[in-house]
Ligand binder design. Structure first.
Ligand code: IYR
Length: 222
């Protein structure tokens, strides 16, 4: 096996167990304060902060380290407007025709509907694309492994970075999202994965009073 390794392996730096405990608890407490926000301020956010969050997202593990993601950061008001118009059209169809009664009931506590003003209000939208395959320098296709899982992981890391930076985000999933390829000029083999809305919360922003599951309900030790 060892002969197959063509890259150097880095060492592991061990952390004192009490320090480990402190870090785990501090991180949990910080993450427990994360909430999805749907009312955004139009205040601008320095671009370098968004860039750092994206660099953090790119540290996520991925199948065979193929890093099958592409992030398109949108701040241009005209592009945001086009995205809003296209997303609201899809959403209108979803809320009026496509969604089952059961689905609408599940969404009711969140208070969502087809109106998506935040797509224009927030300073940044980040469209996350999943690449089914990449390209070698000679142009040949390179298959990507576990692209769904990989891009989901990177998006989770991105949301974490955005939260720890002190910003808020909304994971928005207009369905279908193919219009994003057209508006953003992305190739066919890139599948829109989701659209993140990022910025400051509006001064009067409120979040629904929903709870996270009890620990016992989500974890089993065997
Ligand atoms: N895409 C729609 C509907 C929606 C679906 C789920 I699942 C949500 O958790 C929230 C909304 C919308 O964005 O309104």
């Amino acid at each position: 096996m060892a002969e197959a390794r063509s890259i150097p392996f880095a060492g592991y730096r061990e952390i004192d167990v009490d320090e480990m405990r402190r870090r785990a608890r501090d991180f949990r407490e910080a993450m427990e304060r994360r909430r999805t926000v749907r009312d955004f301020s139009d205040r601008s956010v320095p671009r370098d902060i968004i860039e750092d969050c994206l660099r953090t997202a790119a540290t996520a593990p991925s199948g065979a380290n193929m890093q099958p993601w592409r992030f398109v950061v949108i701040s241009d008001p005209q592009i945001k407007h086009r995205i809003r118009v296209a997303a609201e059209e899809e959403e209108r169809h979803f809320y009026q025709h496509r969604a089952s009664q059961e689905w609408l009931e599940a969404l009711a506590p969140l208070g969502t509907d087809e109106h998506k003003p935040f797509l224009e209000t927030a300073p940044y939208l980040i469209a996350v694309f999943e690449q089914r395959y990449g390209h070698l320098p000679d142009g040949r296709k390179l298959k990507h492994y576990y692209p769904n899982e990989s891009v989901g992981l990177a998006t989770g890391v991105l949301l974490t970075a955005i939260h720890l930076a002190g910003l808020v985000a909304l994971t928005h999933t207009p369905s279908p999202m193919k219009f994003l390829n057209g508006i953003l000029g992305r190739p066919k083999h890139e599948r829109p994965f989701l659209l993140l809305v990022v910025g400051y919360p509006a001064a009067d922003a409120q979040v629904p009073d929903i709870q996270r599951k009890d620990f016992q309900e989500l974890v089993s030790f065997v």
